[in-house]
Design a protein around this ligand. Structure first.
Ligand code: HEM
Length: 499
């Protein structure tokens, strides 16, 4: 029967046909008569990679949603992905079906980051316990409250000092802003801040930003679909080097804290974890989750999630101010009238409606996590009439929420009126889902909001941000550098001291 396959060529041809047939059956989901979400027709192996631009994944998926509707599916290589688009659909899935859509998709690259430990890239009971503990400890340490306000205000003065060195001349604000936000989260995790000139700290922050950029790069997406290609892809190799180097640094800091640990004095998140672990062990209770890997990876998770996102929001904020001098001027007028020259406090926010609206508009338009972090279904679910199998990757497309034409009056332009009523009072908008929603929503939302508000207002009190001499506002570039988070292209601005 297999006589015809005796030549190597026929054998390979036979193999290829079998693979194609298997893929065809997989793609057309012959086993199911239930209605699947619509989507472009995939080709074997490559799926819809010819219709989707991996370099601008969120934009591509947003365009496809206009053709296929708010729930559709695409094949990224052999991987089926269901995309949720528009505020109403994303909210309905993440809030009303929180459990069904509440798992994290752990792509091969995400697995490389934390081996399914920690908070962001874990699931099940491990995730529940690590998230609960993380939230509790960060709240105990004042996340979103007075204590973190003091930490942030102290860091504002270091950042201002750094900006002053440039005496109004053009400079790149990227590094100092990254150091400032990184120090806020370091204070909570390690009980200390680092000097901006410390080369070990500088390298750690640079690697944190690189990790986020690289995980969202086109070639690391390719690695996610075809993991065996990993060693051939430079971005993947760089990603692993950065991850390993940062793990080594975090291990050192944790070891120092372990050595000086006094169970009676809890200085930071790491102490709280170690004290809790010791308590479980001393009292003979079962300890499944409080081990070195969960500590290390929760720490690296919080460092990476807490630094890059907040720093990028601030960088976008200053860029939008330099691009829109009339808006910047109004913020500064309001700050001068309401606060004067004293340090801005979080309490002032309610008396600064225009400034608050500007901060919210920065949050919306910066669209920091355009595809959020991918989710996965924890069970079979029928959603808006479509059947989605357990374990399917789900992208809550935040770009389509933050730029939803049915929610925002001018979705693509910087318009603080989105958050103001006719009398100029601040209004909340439910469609501002920059921190996502539901059970996987951002754990650091209250800290991040406080940071963005205090850093932004403190900087605007002291400085007027302008393009470098010879460059007009129109020439400032708003095209983002795409990674997992969107950050502004490095470009110099001037921070001119206000009189
Ligand atoms: C402006 C700043 C920030 C933005 C825009 C932001 C946004 C997000 C988004 C969109 C997610 C994904 C939610 C989902 O999967 O549906 C997320 C997750 C997360 N964020 Fe943030 N974030 C910010 C700052 C922070 C900070 C300061 C921290 C740390 C204190 C933090 C910690 C986390 C963690 C731990 C998760 C994973 C939650 C989980 O999987 O259960 N984020 N964030």
């Amino acid at each position: 029967m297999f006589e015809g396959l005796q030549s190597p060529i026929s054998f390979w041809l036979f193999g290829v046909i079998i693979v194609l047939l298997v893929l065809h059956f997989l793609y057309s989901d012959f086993s199911s008569k239930r209605l699947e979400p619509p989507g472009p027709r995939p080709v074997p192996l490559f799926g819809n990679l010819f219709q989707v631009d991996l370099k601008w994944l969120d934009k591509s998926l947003f365009d496809l949603s206009k053709k296929y509707g708010p729930v559709f599916q695409v094949y990224l290589g052999p991987k089926k992905v269901v995309v949720l688009a528009g505020y109403k659909t994303v909210k309905q899935a993440l809030m009303n079906h929180a459990v069904e859509f509440g798992n994290r998709e752990i792509t091969p690259a995400f697995y490389d980051l934390t081996k399914s430990h920690g908070i962001i890239f874990s699931n099940g009971d491990n995730w529940k316990e690590m998230r609960r503990f993380g939230l509790k400890v960060l709240k105990d340490f004042g996340m979103g409250k007075k204590m973190s306000e003091e930490i942030i205000i102290k860091e504002c003065s270091h950042l201002i000092e750094e900006f002053e060195h440039f005496q109004g001349k053009p400079f790149l604000n990227t590094k100092p802003i990254n150091y400032a936000t990184s120090n806020v989260i370091s204070a909570l995790l390690f009980g200390r801040r680092f000097d901006y000139k410390d080369p070990v700290f500088q390298a750690m922050v640079r690697r944190e930003n690189e990790i986020i950029r690289l995980t969202g790069s086109a070639s690391v997406w390719i690695y996610n679909f075809f993991p065996w290609l990993g060693p051939l892809l430079k971005n993947w190799r760089d990603l692993i080097t950065n991850v390993e180097d940062n793990k080594a640094e975090a291990r050192k800091i944790i070891a120092e804290l372990k050595e000086s640990l006094d169970p009676e004095v809890c200085r930071c998140y790491v102490d709280a974890f170690l004290i809790h672990k010791k308590h479980l062990e001393d009292s003979g209770m079962k300890n499944v989750y409080y081990h070195d890997d969960n500590l290390l990876y929760s720490v690296t998770n919080l460092l990476e999630a807490g630094n890059d996102t907040t720093a990028n929001t601030l960088k976008w904020g200053l860029l939008h101010m330099a691009k829109n001098p009339h808006i910047q001027h109004r913020v500064q007028e309001e700050l001068s009238t309401v606060v004067g020259s004293r340090q801005v406090q979080i309490e002032d926010r309610k008396n600064l409606p225009y400034t608050d609206a500007v901060v919210h508009e920065i949050q919306r338009l910066s669209n920091i996590f355009p595809i959020s972090l991918p989710h996965a279904t924890s069970t079979d679910v029928t959603f808006q009439g479509y059947f989605i199998r357990k374990g399917t990757t789900v992208i809550p497309l935040l770009t389509s929420v933050l730029y939803d034409e049915s929610e925002w009056e001018s979705p693509h332009s910087f318009n603080p009126s989105h958050f103001l009523d006719e009398e100029g009072k601040f209004i909340r908008r439910d469609a501002l889902l920059s921190f996502s929603a539901g059970r996987r929503a951002c754990l650091g939302e209250s800290l991040a909001k406080m940071e963005v508000f205090l850093f932004f207002t403190s900087l605007l009190q002291r400085f007027r941000f302008t393009p470098p001499p010879g460059l007009s506002e129109d020439e400032l570039d708003l095209t983002p550098v795409v990674g997992f988070s969107l950050c502004p292209r490095p470009q110099k601005l001037c921070a001119v001291q206000r009189k």
